[in-house]
Write a protein that binds this ligand. Structure first.
Ligand code: URP
Ligand code: ZN
Ligand code: ZN
Length: 463
C-alpha cells in the first residue's frame, strides 16, 4: 500500500513547512516538494496540517477500580483514540497480587489481541513489589519492551518510600523510568475524617479533601528520592501550581524530574464540583480539578518546558451506573476518573494553539515527539523518513461541537459537552492504513479492530 499526501503543512516539534509526504507500506519514505511518486492513494492536504499522530501515554483500559471497571475496552478505547487523532496509547497494566510483571503483561495483551485498533504499549504498575518483582525490572525494561513503571503514593495499593527508593535505583540501572501518582495519603485520610464528621460528603469535598498541598508534598518527597538516588522520575497527571513550583525548583538544581499534565487540569476548574445535583461527580478524579491559577501555571509550565507532555488519564466511568452506584451519599465512593482520549488533540489545538497558549510546534512536541522520546517509542512521534506512518491530516478550520453522542468513547458523558472547538482530524493513518476520517459532522472510524500492534519500547540511556 502506498500513500501520497500532497501540499499539506508538515508540522514538527520545531518547525513547519509545505511538503508532500510519501508513505510506502507502514513507514514514511520521503518528504519533499512536488514529490513524483505514483501512489495507490493520493490525498490533497492543501490548507491542512500534516501532524504525527498523538500518543496518549496515560490510559486505563478496563481498569478495575473502586467497585467498577473503566468502561472502555481495547476496541472501544482505541477506536475513540483513532477518531481523535491518537494513533498510539500506552495503557497502565496494574499487576495483581502474586503476579509477575510478565504475567500481568500477558493478561493485558490477551485483552488487547484482536481488538486494538491503533498501536499500544503498556506501563507495568507495580502493586506487589516482592523481591522477585524488583529483580524482574531488568527484563521488563530490556526484554519485554516496557521500560516505564507506575507506582502510587496514594490509594490502598500505594508503595512505601523505602520501596520507592529501591525502585528508583533499580530502574536507573536498566534505563527505566518510574512514573508516580503523587499525593500525600495522610493529608487526604485526615481531611476525609474531618469531612465525614462534619457530614460534608458531596462531590465538592472530594476536591477539598485532596488539596494542592497534598500533591506538593508528595512531589517534593519524590524529588528528594530522585536526588538521593541520582535517578529520574516522571510525575503523572500534575494538577497544581504548588507541585509545579517544586518541580521547577528541582529541575533548576539539575534534578531529573519530568511531568505530564492533562487537558482537564488545563481547561476545567474546581467550580465544576458545584454543578447542580450530583453532576459534580463527573469530575471526580485524583488529583482533583484546581483553580484557574493552577491551570495558568500549568500552561506556563508547558511553554517553559518544565512540563513535557499532555496525556489524558482516560479512565471512563458512566455517570449513570458507575459514578452514582455507591457515591451519591459519599464522595469517597465515587469511582475516580473521567474520559478524554478522543478529545485530547482537538482540545489542545482549539484551546491551546488557537487561544495563543502554546504554539502549533509545541502542541506536536507535547502530544507526540516528546512522548515518543521519553517513553522510548523510537519509530513514532515525528513526521520524518523512516518513522511509522502514524499521520493525522488535520483541518485547522473544521468546527465541531463536542457532544457525547458524536464521540466514540464507551461512556455516557464528556466533561466538555457543548464546547465548540475549531480544528479536527480530516484523515488519520495508523502505520499507513486509514483508520478514521471526517464525515459530515463527526469523525468516523474506518479501520479494523485487531490491526493495532504492541509496541516494544526501548530503555533510556542514562549516559
Ligand atoms: O482519578 C483518576 N486519576 N483515576 C485513574 C487512576 C489514576 O489515579 O490515575
Ligand atoms: Zn493516578
Ligand atoms: Zn491514571
Amino acid at each position: 500500500m502506498s500513500l501520497l499526501i500532497k501540499g499539506g503543512q508538515v508540522v514538527t516539534s520545531s518547525n513547519r513547512y509545505q511538503a508532500d509526504v510519501y508513505v510506502e507500506g507502514e513507514r514514511i519514505k520521503a518528504i519533499g516538494r512536488d514529490l513524483d511518486y505514483q501512489a495507490e492513494e493520493v490525498v490533497d492536504a492543501s490548507g491542512k496540517y500534516v501532524l504525527p499522530g498523538a500518543i496518549d501515554p496515560h490510559t486505563h483500559i478496563l481498569l478495575p477500580f473502586m467497585g467498577s471497571h473503566a468502561k472502555d475496552d481495547y476496541a472501544t478505547g482505541t477506536i475513540a483514540a483513532a477518531c481523535g487523532g491518537v494513533t498510539s496509547i500506552i495503557d497502565f497494566d496494574l499487576q495483581q497480587k502474586g503476579e509477575t510483571l510478565q504475567e500481568a503483561l500477558a493478561r493485558k495483551q490477551e485483552l488487547a489481541r484482536d481488538r486494538v485498533a491503533v498501536d499500544y504499549s503498556l506501563h507495568p504498575a507495580i502493586m506487589d513489589p516482592r523481591p522477585d518483582v524488583i529483580d524482574e525490572i531488568k527484563k521488563a525494561a530490556q526484554d519485554y519492551g516496557t521500560p516505564s513503571f507506575k507506582i502510587f503514593m496514594v490509594y490502598d495499593f500505594r508503595v512505601d518510600d523505602a520501596t520507592m527508593i529501591k525502585l528508583l535505583q533499580e530502574t536507573k540501572k536498566y534505563g527505566g523510568l518510574v512514573q508516580v501518582h503523587a499525593e500525600n495519603v495522610y493529608i487526604i485520610q485526615h481531611l476525609n475524617e474531618v469531612f465525614a464528621r462534619e457530614g460534608k460528603l458531596t462531590p465538592y469535598y472530594h476536591a477539598l479533601s485532596r488539596p494542592n498541598i497534598a500533591e506538593q508534598e508528595a512531589v517534593s518527597r519524590a524529588s528528594k528520592m530522585v536526588e538521593l538516588t541520582d535517578s529520574r522520575i516522571y510525575i503523572v497527571h500534575l494538577s497544581s501550581k504548588e507541585a509545579l513550583w517544586v518541580i521547577k525548583d528541582a529541575r533548576d538544581r539539575g534534578v531529573n524530574i519530568l511531568s505530564e499534565t492533562c487537558p482537564q487540569y488545563l481547561l476545567l476548574n474546581e467550580d465544576r464540583y458545584l454543578e447542580p445535583g450530583f453532576n459534580g461527580a463527573k469530575y471526580v478524579m485524583s488529583p482533583p480539578l484546581r483553580t484557574e491559577e493552577s491551570s495558568q501555571a500549568l500552561w506556563e509550565g508547558l511553554r517553559g518546558g518544565d512540563v513535557q507532555i499532555v496525556a489524558t488519564d482516560h479512565c471512563p466511568f458512566d455517570f449513570h451506573g458507575n459514578k452514582d452506584m455507591f457515591g451519591t451519599e459519599d464522595y469517597k465512593k465515587i469511582p475516580n476518573g473521567a474520559p478524554g482520549v478522543e478529545t485530547l488533540l482537538m482540545l489542545m489545538h482549539s484551546e491551546g494553539v488557537l487561544q495563543g497558549r502554546i504554539s502549533l510546534e509545541k502542541m506536536v512536541d507535547i502530544l507526540a515527539s516528546s512522548t515518543a522520546r521519553i517513553f522510548g517509542m523510537k519509530d513514532k512521534g515525528e513526521i520524518a523518513p523512516g518513522k511509522d506512518a502514524d499521520i493525522v491530516v488535520f483541518d485547522p478550520k473544521q468546527k465541531f461541537t463536542v457532544r457525547q453522542d458524536k464521540l466514540h468513547m464507551n461512556v455516557d458523558y464528556t466533561p466538555y459537552e457543548g464546547l465548540e472547538v475549531t480544528g479536527m482530524p480530516s484523515l488519520v493513518y495508523s502505520r499507513g492504513k486509514k483508520v478514521a476520517q471526517w464525515n459530515e459532522d463527526r469523525v468516523e472510524f474506518v479501520g479494523t479492530p485487531g490491526k493495532g500492534r504492541f509496541v516494544k519500547r526501548v530503555p533510556f540511556d542514562y549516559g
